[in-house]
Ligand binder design. Structure first.
Ligand SMILES: Nc1nc2c(ncn2[C@@H]2O[C@H](COP(=O)(O)OP(=O)(O)OP(=O)(O)O)[C@@H](O)[C@H]2O)c(=O)[nH]1
Length: 256
């Protein structure tokens, strides 16, 4: 049974900061946001976790393997090096959507995202090491079949972007409401999905739904692991099996 540890990363009082004392140059905000994301991704990634940029002012991380001290160190290090600070909400559970909802609620209870007195909050609990298991995380790595041949080499770059985003938008909504899963666009034509215990039939249903709704054909490799890295790495190998064999759904633990 999965047990996903999710951390909501929220920049403290960011909205007001972006316009104080007057609106800041957009290119500077974009640069700061992407550097901050890169730093958090590296910090969490070095400990086996995954971080998704989502809205940049709010980022979502899968942090199995990181304890409260790791989270506090991230806050201290960012606070020392950036003009902004981070609040973190942590929660765990078999259902990733519920875990994220709980992590969000902890930060909301601590104060508004735009409360200037709420700074560097660290709320919630982690999974203690003895309770961690090899199947705590299930990750599905989706990609668009032959995106290069169908889109990248055929359409102008913006129309390709629209097609890929349509596939992502439909998949993320469907996986959230039909399968309690969190989907994140990670670049190119790739979407990484943090799932509860789903089976091949669930993924087949989701692929059929996206194709029917927006006419985008996808394939998916699925992996399990003790950390996001382990599960995600297994999912990438399963996706390679899809590419080699022309299959649409591969579960790493059934193909191995
Ligand atoms: N983040 C991330 N991006 C990837 C990964 N694999 C591919 N990409 C991106 O996806 C783009 C398209 O690559 P592919 O998915 O291999 O190409 P394709 O034409 O869809 O071919 P098939 O997937 O074999 O059908 C690349 O330019 C990368 O931007 C991955 O594992 N992670």
């Amino acid at each position: 049974m999965t047990n996903t540890q999710v951390t909501l990363v929220q920049i403290d009082n960011y909205g007001p900061w972006t316009v104080t004392p007057e609106p800041r140059r957009e290119a500077d905000l974009q640069t700061m946001q992407s550097r901050l994301y890169a730093d958090i991704s590296q910090f969490v990634g070095n400990r086996g976790g995954y971080t998704f940029f989502t809205r940049f002012d709010n980022m979502i991380a899968v942090t199995n393997g990181l304890d409260r001290e790791d989270h506090a160190l991230l806050q201290e290090s960012v606070g020392n090096r950036y003009p902004v600070t981070l609040s973190l909400g942590i929660a765990t559970g078999t259902n990733p959507v519920q875990a994220l909802a709980d992590a969000t609620a902890r930060l909301q209870e601590a104060g508004s995202a735009q409360d200037k007195h709420r700074r560097e909050c660290l709320e919630g609990r982690v999974i203690d090491e003895p309770y961690r298991a090899d199947d705590d995380i299930q990750i599905a790595h989706f990609d668009v079949i032959n995106a290069t041949g169908n889109y990248t080499d055929e359409l102008n770059a913006f129309d390709t972007f629209i097609e890929i985003e349509q596939g992502y938008a439909e998949l993320m909504r469907h996986m959230r409401y039909a399968h309690d899963s969190l989907s994140f666009f990670v670049g190119g034509d790739n979407v990484i999905v943090v799932c509860p215990d789903l089976e091949a039939a669930d993924y087949e249903e989701a692929l059929a739904h996206v194709e029917e709704a927006v006419d985008v054909e996808m394939q998916v490799g699925v992996g399990r692991g003790k950390s996001a890295h382990e599960a995600g790495f297994a999912a990438k190998h399963a996706l390679e099996t899809c590419r080699a064999d022309g299959t649409r759904v591969e579960l790493e633990w059934k193909t191995a």
